[in-house]
Ligand binder design. Structure first.
Ligand code: ST9
Ligand code: ZN
Ligand code: ZN
Length: 340
């Protein structure tokens, strides 16, 4: 159904996304206002970011070339390990723990995840979580920071190259962030981010190979650019590809899809149709297998040693009902079918 088609569909969409269901009229009016403001809204390109991302991508290609032409094997292994740490910092940390509160973590695990998330340089936790909560609450509208209705490029990286749509800021203000203000690890990361981020995302990663195994300094720098840029693109695929290509087993009225390939590359975050419907599930997927969900294995490991607890899931019966009511009929039943 067309999001702006009629008020009933609008209200349905809004209430499914948890937008105050008690006040349908207000919700509808503001959604319509969002539709109208589209005509007035003009892009404002942020050239600083355009230049930075062009440099990153060219540097990353050269870094990739060096992996096959001159870089030391240990440098490659080091960068793979960093990419994995950064990925887990985003998926287990920023996403499932801090954004969706899908489980709880003791402070040593939160500390590790905060440092890993800093390696990823995808903004500090507070900003990352705010944008992502706003994305869930206003999916597929102008208030969604990476609204997939504006196409693949915008939802992939274009949204980081222009000023935000006014609706993101206006409606984003309604999202409660008080839980993050109460976590000293998040508050300190935000305060020190301007120092922590360059150290953990660039300086240390590039320095270690030079110091410990005598890597060429320029090689190490370009390897770092490759590690960072590749991680960014794998993350962005969740916002672009997993909002465009794939199946919609749980709800076919939203853009989010289940996409096995994205799940593989994004450490288990490609079961995105499921995730939009049941965002509090710590697996971010219906199935609990680790095949395309390394993050679930990571959280399960820490649950075993007691550092992660209160892992939230969804009863299968509820999932079945929802899939039958709003899904597209492609739901994969445990153990019986292979992924597409
Ligand atoms: C990056 C993030 O790449 C990627 C996030 C991906 C999320 C994917 C999620 C999928 C699930 C899990 C993924 C798994 C991944 C697996 C990995 C495997 C390898 N609500 O932003 P400003 C207000 S980052 C409420 O400057 P502009 C607020 O008052 C890459 N209010 O807007 C704010 O002030 P303050 C590196 C909001 O001027 C004020 O507006 N980073 C909200 O339009 C101004 O905010 C970069 O490249 C909101 N949502 O600028 C940096 N937003 O903050 C790029 C804003 O003081 N960013 N406000 O409270 C920028 O340069 C700018 O943000 C801009 C917009 C130019 C894009
Ligand atoms: Zn999404
Ligand atoms: Zn999410």
């Amino acid at each position: 159904p067309n999001l702006f088609g009629n008020s009933a569909a609008l209200y349905l969409e809004a209430s499914q996304q948890g937008v105050s269901a008690e006040k349908p009229k207000t919700v509808i009016t503001s959604y319509l206002a969002a539709g109208k403001s589209e005509q007035k809204y003009k892009w404002k390109i942020v050239w600083r970011n355009v230049i930075a991302f062009v440099y990153l991508h060219i540097g990353a290609l050269y870094g990739l070339y060096l992996f096959f032409n001159g870089a030391k094997g240990l440098t490659i292994i080091w960068n793979i390990l960093l990419a994995c740490a950064a990925a887990v910092g985003i998926t287990a940390g920023a996403h499932r723990l801090w954004c969706h509160r899908a489980y709880k973590a003791k402070w040593p695990l939160r500390m590790i995840l905060m440092i890993f998330q800093t390696i990823a340089f995808q903004n500090h936790l507070y900003e990352w979580v705010r944008d992502h909560r706003v994305h869930h609450k206003f999916t597929d509208t102008d208030a969604d920071p990476h609204n997939a209705k504006r196409g693949f490029f915008f939802s992939h990286m274009g949204w980081l190259l222009v000023r935000k749509h006014p609706d993101v800021i206006a409606k984003g203000a309604s999202v409660d962030m008080s839980d993050l203000d109460e976590d000293p690890i998040v508050v300190w990361q935000k305060r020190l981010y301007i120092i922590l981020m360059p150290i953990f995302s660039f300086l240390l990663p590039a320095w270690v190979p030079c110091y410990f195994w005598g890597e060429n300094g320029m090689y190490s720098w370009y390897a770092t650019l490759f590690r960072y840029t590749a991680s960014l693109n794998l993350t962005w695929l969740v916002n672009s590809a997993a909002h465009i290509y794939g199946t919609r087993p749980y709800d076919d009225t939203i853009s989010a899809t289940d996409n096995f390939r994205v799940a593989l590359g994004a450490f288990g975050e490609g079961w995105h149709n499921y995730h939009h419907i049941f965002p509090w599930d710590y697996k971010a997927a219906e199935l609990g297998d680790y095949k395309a969900n390394f993050t679930t294995a990571f959280i399960d490991f820490f649950a075993k040693i007691g550092w992660a607890y209160d892992l939230k899931t969804v009863p299968t019966e509820l999932i079945e009902k929802r899939a039958a009511r709003t899904g597209d009929g492609t739901r994969i039943k445990r153990d019986t079918e292979e992924y597409a």
